[in-house]
Ligand binder design. Structure first.
Ligand code: SF4
Length: 93
């Protein structure tokens, strides 16, 4: 696995619109982001290092950058080899 880069929001400035980090306005994370590896705390709030508007990311279903939902899926998904599956079906098993 690739080494994780340490992510920090150093130099970010809080503004009325949100957290200004290198010219990008970042909004705080939403409840569904809890547990995601991309969440970085800054002062009294938490922000997403990948997506500036986490709430928007969740409006159309799951956030595709989320690390916590991917891990949960891994445990439930079972890879099926279609060739073997069809042979199994042909044998009546
Ligand atoms: S990657 Fe997605 S789930 Fe994770 S903190 Fe960002 S918006 Fe939230």
């Amino acid at each position: 696995m690739a080494k994780k880069k340490p992510v920090s929001l150093e130099g970010a400035v809080k503004t009325d619109a949100g957290l200004n980090y290198k010219g990008v306005i970042m909004e705080t994370i939403v409840e569904k982001c809890e547990g995601c590896d991309r969440v970085v705390p800054f002062e009294d709030a938490s922000y997403c290092t990948t997506y500036a508007q986490p709430a928007l990311k969740w409006t159309k279903g799951k956030c595709n950058f989320a690390t916590h939902t991917r891990e949960a899926e891994k445990g439930t998904k079972v890879k099926v080899n279609p060739l073997k599956a069809s042979k199994r079906a042909a044998r009546g098993r």
